[in-house]
Design a protein around this ligand. Sequence first.
Ligand code: NAP
Length: 265
Amino acid sequence: MLGRTGERVSVIGMGTWGMGNSAGEKRKGELMALQKGIELGMGFIDTAESYGDGKSETLVGEAIRDVRDDVFLATKVAPDHFNYEDLLKSCEASLERLGVDYIDLYQLHWPSTRVRIQDTMRAMEELVSRGKVRYIGVSNFSVEQTVEAQESMSKSELVSNQVQYSITSREIETELLPFCEKDKITVIAYSPLDRGRIQLNKIPKELLARYEMTPTQVMLDWVTHPRPVIAIPKASRLDHVEENSMSVDVRLSDEDYQALSKLFQ
Ligand code: NAP
């Protein structure tokens, strides 16, 4: 469930940072990976106007062209465009690159130190009332910044905060995660595989055998164990996409979740 909206989204989605920058076979492979992921139920796709200067959005647009209704499309606007007018223009440019009429989740990529949050949120609400955006989210916002963004809106609710979270990057557990849980704001975990740096050989073989899971699947299951978290691993390889799509078919028990948490502390 996304925030308090009642909207059902896939617990494991797909990130797209670094995708769409190449041409030829590499690009074709990325396109196929995204399309396979959608087919396998990972319909939540995350991109951003700043990824490859829009090239990631263009790739995503191509991948979803015939399957728009199977996709929950999330993109982000960069802080340089948080002025009211700039933000409206950025959204139009993203819609154009994505080849869609609306964005499901429009996120503020990072907090801005320059633009008043009230002006930014006014533009975000305007996009909702124009039907260009369905839901509003933030990314890399602290608890205070999230509260301020929420209080700057009169008609809409913030549904999500996209932040770094993996078994080896757990800063959000002290404050942000409990806050989001209490306020029913979905946490979108980015870099859930810590960009491939997790020491997967630390996971007990016995546990892998018991769940019939690969180490990566266990890591994605772990990161989405707390209630409000969904994860957006990036995978440009087809076999990785297939592996990730099966991560939450079986859920870790509370006991195993706790044991793994301790092991990586
Ligand atoms: P990540 O998802 O933690 O890791 C990506 C790496 O893991 C890639 O090298 C990928 O390889 C590999 N991988 C994926 N599935 C695998 C599998 N089953 N087995 C082995 N390796 C696997 O890192 P990330 O890209 O930083 O984060 C994910 C997404 O979060 C980004 O793409 C982006 O959409 C978002 N993000 C947002 C922010 C923000 O500020 N909001 C910041 C960073 C990231 P292949 O590509 O070769 O398959």
